[in-house]
Design a protein around this ligand. Structure first.
Ligand SMILES: NC(=O)c1ccc[n+]([C@@H]2O[C@H](COP(=O)([O-])OP(=O)(O)OC[C@H]3O[C@@H](n4cnc5c(N)ncnc54)[C@H](OP(=O)(O)O)[C@@H]3O)[C@@H](O)[C@H]2O)c1
Length: 399
């Protein structure tokens, strides 16, 4: 008899529910548990997935459980009780799309800071979930959606990195394959792509069709032959936001869900596969990855070393607003990116130790809430004084 696949989805928001729905439409012998913090919402979401699956002739077992991820003991209890083979983390204190719900001028100003400064909102739930995984003594493979490109290298310093991420680098691969098949006038099945790109570059590719100020690595292989040099790569990539543009925003998270399933299914089924994923084994940024016997090996283009791939990703990391992730997990933020959050929200953080992340996430959430409540007027550093300061206190620091 085949082994029943046991998958836990921790985080019952938009992405967690999409992935639940995708995984529930399968003929596999599969048990999926959706774990959220809102009892009513989580129960309804689990039943919806179960009934949709049943309606289409599948009999996947969908359960649900309730925890607040900040309650590490309770989350560990949930994990120990269901003993999953694979855990998918889809929890966040503030998903990437939340700033897009602001008025467009405020959104554009904050968007210019890129994603790095928001790291605490993604890192904290992942850190708590990983503490729970350890406390439960679980040997599940942990797959994370929340900004893995930067969260994993930071948490690997303290042995808390999930095993692999999903999305970002992966989300552009089908578009690149389709554009390359068109360019080379062949069938998309004949085309394989090997893409190395950080979150920043992945985002640039879908929105602008270029690598911006970051770097990327790309090999296009047709029927086993590397044809990258036969292609005008810049022209090809420009077709992503033009001829091959796709739905974005929240509905566009269907692409992320598909990328997640491309990683989750081989892991749950114990099947080997070559995929694209961010942060395998705690590395920064995104890579082509071979899933082999439940482990991960980089599947880089011929001739590219791991050092080169990491260097490409670190160039993207800097453009995303993160200057450095130190070996102890301390994060240094780019001053130019943080300047924007300071001007808009009054939030400034140049260096963050992992032990400070929770406090920083709380502060960022509070300042963002206040920003929205006051109609998104930029924060003034200090009220303008009507009196000139005395020369003794008139330093750069006072401004
Ligand atoms: N890698 C990629 O390509 C990619 C693409 C899209 C999204 N993402 C990331 O995936 C993550 C999820 O995105 P999303 O769009 O699904 O966000 P979302 O709809 O806001 O869902 C996040 C979920 O996390 C839950 N949560 C927050 N704090 C929690 C806690 N203490 N305990 C339990 N649950 C908690 C929220 O619960 P409540 O509902 O109770 O608030 C919410 O259901 C984000 O980090 C997002 O940036 C990654």
């Amino acid at each position: 008899m085949s082994h029943q696949q046991k998958i836990m989805i921790l985080g019952a928001g938009d992405l967690g529910r999409r992935v639940l729905s995708e995984l529930a439409h399968s003929k596999a012998d599969r048990h999926i548990q959706l774990v959220g913090r809102n009892k009513e919402e989580t129960l309804r979401a689990a039943n919806l997935a179960s009934f949709c699956s049943l309606q289409r002739g599948y009999t996947i077992n969908v359960a649900h459980a309730i925890t607040d991820i900040t309650d590490v003991e309770r989350t560990a209890e949930c994990i120990a009780m269901s003993n999953p083979d694979v855990i998918f983390l889809a929890a966040s204190l503030q998903s990437w799309w939340v700033i897009s719900t602001l008025p467009s001028d405020a959104f554009n100003r904050l968007y210019a800071a890129n994603f790095g400064p928001w790291l605490p909102m993604h890192l904290v739930p992942v850190m708590k979930a990983m503490q729970a995984v350890k406390m439960a003594g679980s040997d599940a493979v942990v797959v994370n959606a929340a900004f893995p490109d930067a969260v994993h290298p930071a948490l690997s310093a303290v042995g808390l990195s999930p095993h692999i991420g999903i999305g970002n680098v992966a989300n552009n691969v089908p578009g690149i394959r389709t554009a390359a098949a068109d360019y080379l006038d062949c069938c998309v099945d004949d085309i394989e792509v090997r893409l190395i790109a950080h979150h920043y570059v992945s985002h640039r590719l879908s929105r602008h069709g270029d690598k911006g100020l970051g770097e990327l690595g790309l090999a296009v292989v047709m029927n086993g032959t590397d044809v990258t040099f036969d292609i005008d790569v810049s022209r090809l990539l420009k077709r992503l936001p033009t001829d091959y543009r796709r739905t974005g925003g929240l509905p566009g998270q269907a692409m992320t869900a598909a990328s997640a399933v491309s990683v989750l299914e081989p892991l749950a089924e114990g099947r080997d596969s070559v995929v694209h994923a961010p942060a395998p084994n705690g590395l920064p940024g995104g890579y082509p990855v071979a899933i082999e016997s439940g482990g991960f090996r980089l599947a880089l283009p011929a001739g590219m070393s791991e050092e080169e791939a990491v260097r490409i990703n670190l160039a993207g990391q800097k453009q995303d607003g993160i200057s450095e992730i130190r070996p102890d997990g301390t994060i240094l933020f780019e001053p130019s990116a943080m300047e924007i959050l300071d001007q808009e929200l009054g939030y400034r953080c140049s260096t963050m130790a992992l032990s400070e992340a929770e406090e920083r996430a709380r502060e960022l959430a509070r300042r963002f809430r206040d920003y929205r409540a006051r109609g998104c007027t930029p924060a003034t550093h200090k009220p303008m004084s009507t009196k000139l300061p005395s020369p003794a206190v008139c330093s750069d620091e006072a401004h």
